[in-house]
Design a protein around this ligand. Structure first.
Ligand SMILES: *[C@@H]1O[C@H](CO)[C@@H](O)[C@H](O)[C@H]1NC(C)=O
Ligand SMILES: *[C@@H]1O[C@H](CO)[C@@H](O)[C@H](O)[C@H]1NC(C)=O
Ligand SMILES: *[C@@H]1O[C@H](CO)[C@@H](O)[C@H](O)[C@H]1NC(C)=O
Length: 392
């Protein structure tokens, strides 16, 4: 997709090279060249990037490409008229970065290097995604329909599109989106049921075609993924090991009825007590007695990353750091950070890789291989390594 020149105008953060920025007022003023009353150019030392401040004001793009460098820019928290010129604007952008000392104009040790590193990782994920899409999904239709965007939540104020991948930190992101949208003052005050059943957040498929396309073209598109087998085990534990009338009735009953030998009357009637092996049998069955569900559907099927050019592919495994990076990147209020609620069954242990291996010890090697095959595209696209050595 073509990046508009407008995108030049937000302040830079992480350019290539492990440069430490020490900006002194004096140096900067030398770098500012006045070119008439409203047009300024700022050269930022070491980066060779010039900013046209006038254009910068009206621009929403958060990433710009210069040569082979990708530079991430962060807008100021609110758009004020910038009569003060380049230096002031520059510092307004800068102070958003964690660890930036406004008095000394320095970054505290490590903070901007770690963000620079993260920014490189995120760019590598996007590149890998592009390669995988070209290799495996080049034949898919390029036309985006309503169906492709039905899992994307819309936050119009900060221009975010968040694709919902359940069991990958989704509830905490929904809370955060509600705070961004002004529906709550902080993430703690939102009740669990409000997050899950409140329908407070708009879905992208509720807009008309023009509204969908406009948002896809101009908003920051985000998705978070998780190690696929771990996510699948987490979904099983959440929906089948705990009381859940809806899932036990809708999925439990047909699963027990098809895969259990001599099921008890109670098991058939309630659908409770689906074993992990039965769940795996259902997942691998080409004639499933009941369809797929968002909780165990492949992430690439939910979010369509080959059709939708995600700006940000985050990982559950590094959720907190990456989410907070994203929040600063989008210009969210500085005191807003991702919460770490564990909404359902808060006393259960979080599903770890160890726990995942324990669950998979209950199924055959062949079944385990086939579950891996089932999620193979997620492994490739999101660069997760094989969870068991003997998989091929
Ligand atoms: C940053 O940390 C390194 C070692 O961790 C140290 O050598 C260096 O002096 C520190 N720099 C600043 C500006 O504090
Ligand atoms: C994929 O993951 C490996 C191992 O975790 C890492 O070394 C590599 O840089 C990653 N590649 C991309 C393109 O993200
Ligand atoms: C952030 O600060 C503002 C103003 O002090 C306050 O109203 C708001 O509740 C805070 N937000 C969070 C998420 O704590």
């Amino acid at each position: 997709m073509k990046r508009l020149p407008c995108s030049l105008w937000f302040l830079l953060l992480f350019a290539a090279g492990g440069l430490v920025l020490f900006i002194h007022q004096q140096d900067l003023s030398e770098m500012v060249q006045q070119q008439g009353p409203v047009h300024h150019q700022v050269m930022i030392k070491g980066f060779g990037i010039d900013f046209n401040l006038e254009e910068m004001k009206n621009c929403r793009k958060k990433r710009l490409k210069r040569g082979h460098q990708t530079i991430h820019l962060i807008p100021p928290p609110q758009k004020k008229p910038h009569s003060t010129g380049g230096v002031q604007l520059y510092f307004e952008f800068l102070y958003l970065f964690e660890g930036y000392n406004q008095n000394q104009h320095t970054f505290s040790n490590g903070s901007h290097q770690s963000w620079k590193k993260l920014s490189d990782i995120l760019e590598a994920r996007r590149q890998l995604m592009k390669e995988m899409c070209a290799k495996y999904k080049s034949s898919i239709s390029r036309t985006i329909t309503r169906h492709h965007v039905k899992h994307l939540f819309v936050e119009d104020k900060y221009k975010l599109l968040y694709c919902q991948v359940p069991k990958a930190g989704c509830s905490n992101w929904k809370r955060t989106l509600m705070v961004l949208a002004g529906q709550a003052s902080n993430t703690q005050s939102i009740k669990h049921d409000t997050v899950h059943y409140g329908h407070h957040l708009k879905k992208l498929d509720s807009f008309d075609r023009q509204g969908i396309m406009h948002r896809l073209e101009t908003y920051t598109k985000v998705m978070f993924v998780r190690e696929p087998l771990e996510r699948m085990v987490s979904a099983y534990r959440d929906k089948f090991e705990n009381p859940n009338n809806y899932y036990h009735s809708l999925f439990g009953k047909p699963i027990i009825s098809k895969y259990r030998v001599n099921p008890s009357w109670t098991a058939l009637k309630t659908g409770s007590g689906v074993t992990f092996k039965e769940f795996v049998q259902y997942l691998l069955d080409v004639h499933r007695p009941v369809g797929m569900d968002i909780h165990w559907e492949q992430a690439n099927q939910l979010c369509n990353p080959c059709l939708i050019d995600y700006d940000f592919i985050g990982k559950f495994e590094n959720m907190e750091e990456e989410s907070n990076f994203l929040l600063r990147w989008t210009g969210a209020p500085p005191n807003l950070t991702l919460p770490s609620f564990k909404d359902r069954n808060p006393t259960d242990k979080r599903t770890s890789m160890q726990l995942t291996q324990k669950y998979f010890s209950q199924v055959s090697t062949l079944e385990r291989q086939r579950v891996y095959d089932f999620y193979y595209m997620d492994y490739l696209m999101f660069n997760y390594s094989k969870p068991f050595k003997d998989l091929y």
